[in-house]
Ligand binder design. Structure first.
Ligand SMILES: Cc1ncc(COP(=O)(O)O)c(C=O)c1O
Length: 438
């Protein structure tokens, strides 16, 4: 290794003495890929720097929120101004109203928004609402989709759970696990059969509109519309988890771009990531009829000391202000350029792979055939991915440290960044090819 990572190595040793695995979220520990995680101290635009001064082009983007790049001057200015007025009141403040109005303006079916601090909380609240609205218990999810780490949803989940190969987590009660039914993604027959057998027990179906926590797996045509229709006819709710895709795929997220013309809408949306611009903001949103079941209008309890925090919502507002049509056009182009540069490099080195995308979300599966579900995603050549990952990192390109994650472009990527990524990918592809032969 040519890169000096002494500082990161020291921090990681220290961290492991005081934080489980040294990390505040498991994928960061590099357990899937091996090696030492980098400790970052600064970001600007498309670049980030670690404690040893190594510079990287960032294709992780904090797993989605950094859509306009790091430390965007307009976001920094608004956050700084808000912070100077106080970090938190634990009382209503204007920024949360402005952010709710912006979300409602961008996504037609939404009439009410309740803010929380993480995607996990948003989904947990949506599940509670669905159960309260229907008086039923059963939740249906798809294998490989990740909806945060609440008990009901930690069954055959994607993201870090997939990276670490944990089918289910200890600590989730049998009762919770029994109330969650898991189906293979993109399998409409399985869904129809389940509704035929148990439709009247089902409180909600939850899905990512395009799963991006097992890598990016686009839905077959009409899949989300069919979920909506089946749920509706059985009196169940449809929760569209747009924590990843919301305001990333388009100005109004996945639904606004791909489903508006199909004539259906989910009962509840969940958001996170982009709506906080890197600060802890997430939300559950939907029609007034369902959302007003929440306390204090209704009796479904949900609360949070820092929910709707004025500094975090200022960051979200400033970020969304920058998320105009031009930005999404840029992101789509950049994603295409980066994806193709990687794919060309892998093809030239003879590495089997499948480039999959939906809008500007993409990932590369290290397998020959197109990935349609979690079982396909699990058939990847993990050693080849790991070799590719490390060669990219050591040459200054940070990609997700897992073969089961989406890659994220930001509006700050430059032409020079794309060229550099392509050059580094050639080196990394050779490393991946060598690992495939081992
Ligand atoms: C689709 C989806 N839902 C929920 C979550 C959980 O969000 P958080 O990590 O903010 O709790 C994530 C996180 O990656 C996600 O991608």
């Amino acid at each position: 290794m040519t890169q000096n990572i002494e500082g990161s190595t020291n921090w990681h040793q220290r961290a492991q003495q005081v934080i489980p695995g040294g990390v505040s979220s498991p994928v960061r520990a590099f357990k899937g890929v091996g090696g030492t995680p980098r400790y970052f101290v600064r970001g600007e635009g498309s670049r980030i720097w670690d404690v040893d001064g190594n510079e990287y082009i960032d294709l992780v983007g904090s797993w989605g929120p950094m859509i306009v790049g790091h430390a965007h001057p307009e976001v920094v200015a608004k956050v700084t101004a808000a912070a100077a007025l106080s970090a938190s009141f634990g009382a209503p403040s204007p920024n949360e109203v402005l952010l709710a109005e912006e979300i409602i303006y961008r996504v037609a079916p939404i009439e009410r928004v309740r803010f929380v601090s993480s995607g996990t909380e948003a989904v947990m609240t949506a599940i509670r609402l669905a159960r309260a609205a229907t008086g039923r218990n059963i939740i249906v999810k798809f294998a490989g989709c990740y909806h945060g780490h609440s008990d009901a949803l930690l069954v055959q989940a994607g993201s870090g759970v997939a990276t670490l190969g944990l089918p289910n987590s200890p600590g989730v009660t049998e009762g919770q696990a029994q109330d969650t039914l898991v189906l293979p993604y993109n399998d409409l027959d399985a869904l129809e059969n389940l509704f035929a057998a148990r439709g009247s027990d089902i409180a909600a179906v939850i899905t990512e509109p395009v799963p991006a926590n097992m890598g990016v797996v686009p839905p077959v045509a009409g899949f989300n519309a069919a979920i909506s229709q089946l749920a509706k006819s059985a009196g169940a709710l449809f929760i569209l988890d747009e924590v990843m895709t919301g305001f990333r795929i388009s100005r109004g997220g996945w639904w606004a771009k791909f489903a508006t013309h199909e004539g259906w809408a989910p009962d509840l949306f969940t958001y996170g990531k982009v709506i906080g611009g890197g600060y802890p903001v997430a939300a559950v949103a939907g029609s007034a009829a369902v959302m007003d079941l929440l306390a204090p209008v209704g009796s479904v309890y949900q609360a949070g000391t820092l929910s709707g925090n004025p500094v975090a919502t200022a960051a979200g507002l400033a970020t969304l202000e920058l998320c105009d049509e031009a930005l999404y056009e840029t992101l789509d182009n950049r994603a295409k350029q980066v994806g193709e540069a990687i794919s060309t490099a892998l093809s030239a080195a003879g590495v089997a792979h499948s480039l999959q995308s939906e809008g500007n979300l993409f990932s590369i599966f290290f397998t020959n055939s197109r990935v349609k579900n979690f079982a396909d995603a699990q058939s990847q050549n993990i050693p080849a991915f790991n070799a590719f990952f490390h060669a990219m990192l050591e040459n200054g390109v940070s990609i997700p440290p897992s073969a089961f994650e989406a890659w994220f472009v930001s509006g700050a990527l430059s032409d020079a960044d794309v060229v550099r990524i392509g050059e580094v990918a050639k080196i990394a592809a050779i490393a991946a090819a060598a690992a495939s032969e081992d």
